[in-house]
Each structure stands twice: as structure tokens, then as C-alpha cells.
Design a protein around this ligand. Structure first.
Ligand SMILES: NC(=O)c1ccc[n+]([C@@H]2O[C@H](COP(=O)([O-])OP(=O)(O)OC[C@H]3O[C@@H](n4cnc5c(N)ncnc54)[C@H](OP(=O)(O)O)[C@@H]3O)[C@@H](O)[C@H]2O)c1
Length: 268
């Protein structure tokens, strides 16, 4: 397989690169990492023993596949300057939020094959959720390669690009939202007198276990809630408050705001 380049090894670039090496067991010699931040680059070289470069121009010659993992606001300029060196032999895998395949094609000069991905930070522990959509000229082998790489960092799902703003809101930004809910639950238990460390462990493990139970049992959340709620029991008492609250509506508005921002980034 061709070498795989990472243009940007910040939080998300490192999470994917690290997972491919540590969880999937791919050899460090397979990768080249590029970042303009000298500190990041030194840390990535030390941590993963990969080759590093500080100039993106070095990537097209050495890499058949390049992950674009820089911030949306940096992408246009970087990709436009890289475009003359990009050919049909290159596969660009963009994880940049809000940048559509059409925009990526325009910026990259129209020659490289493209796959757009929305990952999340949970790839760092092999439990990521990555959604991908191939561009018009992507080959079956490109889809297989991207699916294989992403599956080794967690779950990978191919979806139409029209869903990307919603995907960005739910699974891309979602880890922050779920962490917020988890923290609120832990703080609620602290207010009942539970030590902070124990509260965090209980909230964390209960969230993890609930997701696992629902996933493996294939039960609808509503049916599962009924299973946990015995009549006049403690769960029923809590659920009565939750159902009357505005929590569901606030979460809906949270996702709408994230999706709106994703649309704005595509325009910007
Ligand atoms: N973080 C998430 O949870 C998440 C989830 C889904 C998608 N994403 C997407 O992933 C991408 C990266 O996000 P991130 O959170 O990893 O950002 P980040 O931590 O800021 O990492 C981006 C890295 O790229 C470097 N960089 C900037 N310009 C560059 C250039 N011209 N060439 C090479 N490197 C350059 C930055 O250096 P400086 O620090 O010096 O600027 C930084 O080290 C974004 O497009 C984001 O939309 C992120």
C-alpha cells in the first residue's frame, strides 16, 4: 500500500494516526505526518516514531493517500497551494468539518479522488464513529481502503453527503454533548453527597454500559426505559421529572446549532 500522509496532526489527526498504529497495528513506516506546529510535530515523532515533515509540499510525492486534518479556516489556502502537485493517482481523505466534496474538488484542482469523512475523537480509544462519503471519481478500492482504515478505529458507516451536517452535529460534535450530560449526572450525584471521583466513575460506567446494552440488545430506548422503570420505583420517579423537563428540546436545539455551524463552514 502507498504511504499515507497526514496534513495536520492536531487532536483529530493524532487520534486517527495513533489508532491506526496502536489499535490497528499498522507500521509507523507507513505514515508521514505534516504539521506547521513544530511542538506538535516533535511530539508526534516521539510518540509514534513516524516520519515528520513541516512542509505540505513534501506529501504528494511520497504519499498516495493524504488525510486532510487541518482546521476548516486553514484548508482553502493550503489545498489551493497543494493543488498543482495533486494528480489522479492521489486519494484525499478529508475530515475537515463543513467542507463539501464539491468544495474540496474545486480547491484541489479536480484531479485527485476524494472521500469525505466525519470522525469523532473517540477514534483515539478505538471506539470512534466515522461516517464517510466517496466523491464521484473515487474507486471501489478507495471505499474499501477508507472503510478498512476507519473500521480499525471503531465503527465506519457510508452515508450520502446530504446527511453530513446532521452527522457532524450528532457524532462529530457529539462526544462533547454526551460528556456534558455525563458531567451533569455526576454533579447531581455529588449534590446527593457522593464523592466526586466515585460520582464520575458511576456516571461514566453507566453511560458506557447503557450504550453497550442498547447496542448489543437491539432494544429501542423507550422499551429499555420501561424495563428499568418498575411501577412507583426510583427510576420512575426520576423519569417523571425528566419527561416533564425541557431536556429533550434543549438537546434538539444543541444539534440544530451544530448542524447550522457545519453549513456555515461550507459556505465560508
Ligand atoms: N476535534 C474534533 O473533535 C473533530 C471532530 C471531527 C472533525 N474534526 C475536524 O478535524 C480537523 C482538525 O481538527 P483538530 O481538532 O485536530 O484541530 P487542531 O487540533 O487545531 O489540529 C490542526 C493542526 O494542523 C496544524 N496546521 C495548521 N495549518 C497547517 C498547515 N498549513 N499545514 C500543516 N499543518 C497545519 C495546526 O497547527 P497550529 O496549532 O499551529 O495551527 C494543528 O496542529 C478540523 O477540520 C475539524 O473540523 C475535528
Amino acid at each position: 500500500m502507498d504511504k499515507i500522509g497526514f496534513l495536520g496532526v492536531g487532536k483529530m489527526g493524532e487520534a486517527i494516526l495513533g489508532s491506526l498504529i496502536r489499535t490497528a497495528g499498522m507500521p509507523p513506516s507507513q505514515f508521514i505526518a505534516c504539521d506547521t506546529n513544530a511542538g506538535r510535530l516533535a511530539l508526534i515523532r516521539r510518540r509514534y516514531k513516524v516520519k515528520v515533515v513541516d512542509d505540505a509540499d513534501a506529501l504528494p510525492e511520497a504519499c498516495g493517500t493524504i488525510f486532510l486534518a487541518i482546521k476548516p479556516q486553514d484548508l482553502d489556502q493550503v489545498l489551493e497551494s497543494l493543488a498543482p502537485a495533486l494528480t489522479r493517482k492521489h486519494l484525499l481523505v478529508s475530515i475537515v468539518a463543513g467542507k463539501s466534496l464539491a468544495r474540496l474538488q474545486e480547491l484541489s484542482g479536480g484531479r485527485p479522488r476524494l472521500v469525505r469523512v466525519m470522525p469523532n475523537l473517540n477514534v483515539a480509544v478505538g471506539a470512534g464513529m466515522c461516517v464517510f462519503t466517496p466523491g464521484a471519481t473515487a474507486r471501489a478500492a478507495d471505499r474499501r481502503l477508507v472503510a478498512k482504515l476507519l473500521s480499525s478505529c471503531g465503527e465506519a458507516l457510508e452515508l450520502d453527503e446530504q446527511h453530513f451536517d446532521a452527522v457532524t452535529a450528532l457524532s462529530g460534535s457529539g462526544p462533547a454533548f454526551f460528556a456534558y450530560v455525563m458531567q451533569a449526572m455526576a454533579r447531581g450525584a455529588e449534590a446527593l453527597g457522593l464523592p466526586a471521583e466515585a460520582a464520575r466513575l458511576l456516571a461514566n460506567q453507566t453511560m458506557l454500559g447503557t450504550a453497550k446494552t442498547l447496542r448489543e440488545g437491539g432494544q429501542e430506548p423507550d422499551a429499555f426505559i420501561q424495563t428499568v422503570c418498575s411501577p412507583k420505583g426510583t427510576t420512575a420517579a426520576g423519569m417523571a421529572v425528566l419527561e416533564k423537563s425541557t431536556v429533550a428540546r434543549a438537546l434538539e436545539r444543541t444539534l440544530k446549532a451544530a448542524a447550522r455551524r457545519s453549513r456555515e463552514l461550507n459556505r465560508g
